[in-house]
Design a protein around this ligand. Structure first.
Ligand code: NDP
Length: 287
């Protein structure tokens, strides 16, 4: 008997209506000739575990997990990849050996976008990361693996940055900025990554203009149908090299797709089209 069933995947979160993941994965499936469905599912805040159980009983092959469930997914995983262990959060589940195996593709997504797509080498560069939340934690080791000259974390709550840096000391040269963002005055970096969620509220970080120089690269993990507030700051000061996190979103999705289907889609070819669709929707969003 021929089995006509189609493999099913979901992205789960709360809220979830804004998620671009179904558009991305369905395009990946079309591009690679894979037969599958991928949908978004809104999960009540207290129902993560029961929803994942239900999805397993329905025969779902894989799940992407977004805010606010990435830490719960980490706790729930029966096995963890090394990068999920280091990140302390999970954004991709694959059902494996009678349990959900957890991975985290965010760091890989950023590195792929920066190095392979934007052709920006990180070796011997001086990097400033703004923010010390889940996204910052997920990108730290992949960034340190690229052997930057130094990596500094600056966060609104300084103590949180210090604790985060402490966890990663064994992976490379990492320091904490001990003051306000304004007190970064006089320092010089090659790359500034905004891993704070300030752009989502369209809030200014209050960074000093003196950080901007002609060779600076500014990367905002957030993405928006208009320029994010961080990239507006960079460009208004004359920064010529700027990117938002849409490429990272696509690259981390491509990695999740690879985990599930063992085939790597070419995300760069759909970046332009996705951005056009996204501009039409005119929304500010969260992955
Ligand atoms: P968290 O809630 O875990 O952390 C938020 C961080 O932002 C904290 O360090 C917080 O500082 C800081 N912050 C929030 N508001 C402000 C503000 N007004 N001024 C200064 N700092 C602020 O969020 P995540 O780490 O999960 O997400 C961070 C960003 O990364 C979001 O924009 C998210 O959309 C983006 N992201 C993008 C991905 C992609 O694929 N492109 C993937 C994952 C995340 P404090 O500690 O002081 O509260």
């Amino acid at each position: 008997m021929i089995n006509y069933s189609v493999d099913k995947y979901y992205v789960i979160g709360n809220p979830i209506a804004h998620s671009l993941s179904p558009e991305i994965h369905n395009e990946f499936a079309r591009q690679t000739g894979q037969l599958l469905t991928y949908e978004r599912l809104l999960v009540p805040l207290d129902s993560f575990a029961s929803t994942v159980k239900k999805l397993h009983h329905e025969g779902i092959k894989g799940i992407n997990i977004t805010l606010p469930f990435k830490q719960q997914a980490f706790q729930y995983s029966s096995q963890l990849s090394e990068r999920a262990q280091v990140a302390g959060s999970v954004n991709t589940f694959i059902y494996h050996n009678k349990g959900w195996s957890g991975d985290n593709t965010d760091g890989e997504g950023l590195i792929h976008d920066l190095i392979h797509h934007l052709k920006w080498s990180l070796e011997k560069k001086s990097i400033l990361i703004i923010g010390a939340g889940g996204a910052a934690r997920g990108i730290l080791k992949p960034l340190l693996d690229q052997k930057p000259q130094r990596l500094t974390i600056a966060n609104r709550s300084v103590e949180k940055a210090r604790l985060l840096a402490e966890d990663f000391l064994s992976y490379g040269k990492i320091t904490t900025h001990q003051g306000s963002f304004a007190e970064l005055e006089g320092q010089c970096f090659d790359l500034i990554i905004n891993a704070s969620s300030a752009s989502l509220q369209n809030e200014s970080l209050g960074l000093p203009r003196s950080l901007i120089h002609p060779d600076l690269f500014c990367y905002d993990l957030a993405y928006s149908s208009t320029n994010t507030s961080f990239l507006q700051w960079a460009q208004s000061g004359g920064c010529r090299n700027c990117a938002d996190g849409l490429g990272m979103l696509l690259a981390q999705a491509a990695e999740a797709f690879f985990i599930w289907r063992k085939i790597k889609p070419d995300y760069a070819t759909i970046l332009t089209q996705l951005r056009l669709n996204f501009y039409r929707k005119k929304t500010l969003t969260n992955p």
